[in-house]
Write a protein that binds this ligand. Structure first.
Ligand SMILES: [Zn+2]
Length: 317
């Protein structure tokens, strides 16, 4: 055994990776061509599907001497580098032959339904298709990326849900669209919620609390801090002020919002079974070594990409 091992050529050295991500058992990190991609196993096991959530590992974009896989055409990056990064990501997914579809995202609940590749870049924050050979993508840096598949009817969807999209129920709406236009049974849907800013880091002010409070009866479950006071527009009571703050210190009127939890709730409310919703549970802001966080890095951050597509030809078909 030892002799065999000694004879082997040393493997080509891969660049050192950051500290491992704590992934749930249904998730894995796969490295291909130097690019590290997160996958949800229940989607990875479907033979006619490709999917993945990018990380910042393995790209050509340069910032302060560090290389990274920025997949968005942001101000600071060169277009040629982003294009090369996209090629690498798509190749790592095994989707080089597919037609790449991206939306001009604007934090809405606008859902686009594609029967073939769109001729132009359309505005929207979610898209779905029954067509094989289209790679549906969304870009995020803290917002929640969600990939859906109806395994019976073979329909796929990709969603970008920031706080505005979440408040506008984009995840719930797209399951409704699947039902209405394609007769999808929610119990046939598998959902993967990718890396997003978590309830540990996502501080929001009264406007967000108010928006959620007026939209969702259960909104309080997704917030930590004085949500009730903020969402109703009331000031925290003097008692609370005394309890939490030293005299003379203004209490910051902020709460923490768990956006992935709000989206999981929406999927369940739309009928998707709880044990078919797989959340990766990694916070973009906590793990900037692997991911991009707009909140933490501001304009200097990059974009993650989440993608899903159906193969044109499947061996088992
Ligand atoms: Zn965090």
């Amino acid at each position: 055994m030892n002799r065999v091992r000694m004879k082997q050529k040393p493997a080509r050295r891969k660049a050192a990776l950051p500290r491992a991500l704590p992934l749930p058992p249904e998730w894995r990190l796969r490295r291909r061509g130097g690019v590290a991609v997160l996958e949800a196993l229940p989607l990875a096991q479907i033979p006619w599907l490709v999917h993945g959530f990018s990380t910042r590992v393995g790209g050509t974009s340069l910032q302060d001497g560090n290389r990274m896989l920025n997949l968005g055409y942001v101000e600071w990056d060169e277009r040629s580098r982003v294009a090369e990064n996209r090629r690498r990501f798509v190749r790592a997914l095994g989707a080089s032959e597919m037609e790449f579809v991206a939306l001009r995202q604007f934090h809405s609940s606008l859902v686009r339904i594609f029967r073939c590749g769109p001729a132009q870049h359309l505005k929207g924050d979610a898209h779905l298709t029954r067509a094989r050979g289209l790679l549906l993508t969304v870009q995020t840096a803290d917002c929640v990326p969600i990939l859906l598949v109806d395994t019976r009817k073979r329909i796929i969807a990709a969603i970008h849900a920031g706080w505005r999209g979440t408040a506008a129920r984009v995840a719930q709406k797209i399951v409704g669209d699947l039902r209405m236009y394609f007769g999808t049974r929610p119990e046939d849907v598998i959902a993967a919620i990718g890396p997003a800013i978590g309830g540990c880091c996502y501080e929001v002010g009264p406007n967000v609390a108010h928006e959620f409070g007026s939209q969702f009866a259960q909104a309080g479950e997704w917030f930590e801090g004085p949500f009730a006071a903020l969402s109703t527009g009331d000031e925290p009571t003097p008692f609370l002020w005394l309890q939490f703050d030293p005299p003379g210190h203004d209490r910051p009127k902020r709460v923490l919002l768990d956006l992935p939890a709000a989206n999981r709730w929406q999927l369940e409310a739309a009928g998707v079974l709880p044990d078919r919703i797989f959340s990766c549970g990694v916070c973009t802001s906590c793990r900037m070594d692997w991911l991009f966080s707009y909140r933490r890095e501001g304009l200097r951050t990059g974009r993650l990409m989440s993608a899903i597509g159906m193969k044109k030809v499947v061996a088992s078909d």
